[in-house]
Design a protein around this ligand. Structure first.
Ligand SMILES: [Zn+2]
Length: 659
């Protein structure tokens, strides 16, 4: 018996480590948190039954590691422990009753589903930001953390402080960013943890990451008696905190019920509640186990699951060429909607789950976004699914994508890619063409009416043919043609990001316009110029990969031909800029803004003042930079400005200039 248990324990350890690596290091979890917790629970109960067989370095004793070898390491001054957790309200209440005497209060916080990030402030200045890592040692990602707007570079008082918090992303901002990137990220959490460890902080800066404080460790005794008063103090210091709630253990169950209803309405991912003893003296008395504090526990929410059968595994090619599998399901109700499709992410995921046609599966809405197949209840009798080697649309041999688990169709003429590019162009968030939803575009594409985006603008010539088609009465043809005509009035800004060019989404478009590239010709010229990649990177907000994508695509004959046809069709290719009422005192000047400011927080506000008055803003000082606005703590840029003879402007002078 013992040897059987031992074998199972070793197997579980290996399995848990593998998933920890997938989760924390590769940001590509293959199983849900619930499934992961089950593995841990099983191992932990086997260890209780067979204490002699437990490994000294069992994963039940350590928190998962997110260490990445390419970042400098830092030993946390206070270990970042994980919390004991439960999925049952009764257990949580029992914990509270056992831990606190009736009079003590429990502090309840959202368990935000993001990535832990500890900030170290010295004399009020952000000295370093460190990931959780092993809990003892983390990765130093300070430069990336500085790009997060909700993290202040300076506190309102010059004190020493260590503060633990969570980096996260709002659902709407995640959706917008993900769509721009071709929907390659499974959920906000993976994108956040990947972004914190990005090699280039300029890329991190483009991602809509937020941060919120949860736990403070003041260096000097603050004489505060409760955690809730510590949180108030953090807020005073300029750090973001969420509202928290305090209840007695007798009121806990009711409060939990209330909050678990409220969670569905939140705009950020929350996977449970954190319950803590509010009284700091009692905390000191309770202390820690080897893995977690005794004064806190996490109550995790069960993800809503539904059971159904896989009717078919479909594979389709998106507009970027990425081949994505999804399960077509026997329709089932889940979280208030009927679900007929669930994502299977990629080939690795299918293999890991062992899902087949005919399998009975459980599906969930992960992070409340896209339904996903979570587990296979019964594999069924069908043959194993083998991921296609060829594009389901054009038959081209698939190639591996930049993300290792991805397969891409390399064919530029691939029907499915072309069709989905047209679907994208017509969608509400892009050109918003009435009557041209996915279904109609597909019909027009298959019948040969529209093979490219410019073909849309030639549809009018074939009005009679269209009207004769089944399901396309004269009324619907009229709606489509009017919609197409109206789209010619869409502003250039929208036209540019509707083209579906890689990395050129709404936010990059706005940055380019802001920088004075007001027309497609401005942009093409910028992409053709010598040293174009470097020059584009100087624009604040444009990272290296975006700069490369712009230059490559706007020198591509295919792209240029499409732009020409659309221009001839009458689309807008330059932006009408409303004249500012302000005097254009910075016209012709190029400004760089560095350091931190009293009156401009974040410093983008100072940049906006420059742009409103006709100036350009760049992110580095070169000989072309005419002015450097230097705030507190301006470092190497100040030296460079001195070297190039750039005019250096202080905050005070700047305020005088703009009146
Ligand atoms: Zn293809």
């Amino acid at each position: 018996m013992a040897s059987q248990a031992e074998a199972r324990m070793r197997k579980l350890e290996a399995e848990i480590r593998r998933h920890q690596n997938l989760y924390y290091v590769q940001h590509k979890p293959l199983i849900s948190d619930r499934q992961f917790d089950r593995l841990l629970e099983e191992l932990s109960s086997l260890e209780k039954e067979n204490p002699g067989l437990a490994s000294p370095d069992s994963p039940t004793r350590l928190v998962g590691s997110d260490l990445d070898n390419s970042f400098p390491k830092f030993k946390h001054t206070i270990p970042v422990l994980s919390l004991a957790n439960t999925y049952s309200t009764e257990e949580a209440v029992a914990w509270a009753e056992k831990t606190c005497e009736k009079k003590e209060t429990i502090l309840i916080e959202w368990k935000v589903d993001g990535a832990t990030l500890v900030l170290y402030y010295e004399k009020g200045k952000l000295e370093r930001a460190v990931t959780r890592g092993t809990g003892q040692v983390g990765d130093v990602v300070t430069e990336n953390a500085r790009t997060i707007r909700s993290i202040p570079d300076r506190l309102s008082e010059a004190i020493d402080l260590t503060v633990r918090g969570e980096a996260y992303m709002n659902f709407d901002e995640f959706d917008a960013f993900n769509e721009q990137q071709g929907n390659i990220y499974a959920n906000p959490r993976n994108l956040v943890s990947g972004s914190l460890k990005h090699k280039k902080s300029r890329e991190t800066a483009l991602r809509p990451i937020r941060w919120v404080a949860f736990e403070a460790y003041f260096a000097k005794d603050e004489k505060l008696k409760t955690d809730s008063s510590q949180l108030d103090r953090l807020s005073q210091l300029g750090l973001p905190v969420f509202e928290s709630h305090t209840v007695s253990s007798s009121g806990l169950a009711a409060k939990i019920e209330l909050l678990s209803k409220k969670v569905k309405k939140l705009n950020f991912p929350v996977d449970g509640l954190v319950l803590k003893v509010d009284d700091l003296n009692l905390r000191r008395d309770l202390g820690y186990t080897s893995a977690s504090p005794r004064w806190a526990t996490a109550l995790k929410f069960e993800p809503e699951l539904a059971q159904t059968t896989v009717e078919e595994i479909e594979v389709f090619t998106g507009r970027t060429g990425r081949v994505t599998p999804r399960a077509r399901l026997v329709p089932v109700k889940l979280a208030g909607t009927t679900v007929t499709y669930a994502t299977l992410h990629n080939a690795d995921y299918i293999e890991k789950l062992g899902v087949r046609v005919g399998s009975t599966v459980k599906i969930s809405k992960r992070g409340e976004i896209i339904p996903a197949v979570e587990e296979v209840v019964d594999q069924g009798k069908g043959p194993p699914f083998s991921f296609p080697k060829k594009c389901p649309s054009c038959g081209s041999k698939l190639v591996r994508g930049e993300e290792a688990a991805d397969w891409l169709c390399p064919n530029e003429e691939c029907d499915e890619k072309l069709m989905n590019a047209i679907v994208f162009f017509c969608q509400r968030k892009q050109m918003d063409i009435a009557g041209l939803g996915e279904r109609n575009v597909e019909i027009l594409f298959r019948k040969g009416f529209v093979k490219t985006i410019p073909d849309l603008y030639r549809l009018g010539e074939r009005k009679e043919e269209l009207e004769a088609m089944e399901g396309f009465g004269s009324k619907s043809v009229q709606i489509i043609l009017e919609g197409i005509e109206a789209s010619k009035k869409q502003e250039y800004r929208r036209v540019l990001y509707s083209l579906g060019l890689r990395e050129i989404g709404p936010s990059v478009t706005d940055i380019l316009l802001d920088h004075g590239l007001h027309s497609i010709d401005d942009l093409i010229n910028a992409a053709r110029a010598k040293g174009a990649v470097e020059a584009l990177q100087e624009i604040h907000g444009i990272g290296p990969s975006t700069a490369e994508a712009i230059v490559e695509q706007l020198n591509d004959k295919r792209v240029l031909a499409m732009i020409d046809s659309l221009r001839q069709a009458g689309l807008q290719f330059s932006q009408k800029i409303e004249k500012s009422n302000l005097q254009q005192i910075f016209e012709g000047q190029t400004w760089c803004v560095t350091g931190s400011f009293e009156n401009f927080k974040p410093r983008d506000l100072a940049m906006a003042e420059v742009k409103k008055r006709g100036g350009k803003v760049v992110s580095g000082v070169s000989k072309k930079t005419s002015h450097l606005l230097a705030g507190e703590g301006a470092g190497s840029k100040l030296e460079q400005a001195e070297k190039f003879g750039t005019t250096i402007v202080s905050e005070e002078e700047f305020l005088r200039l703009i009146g």
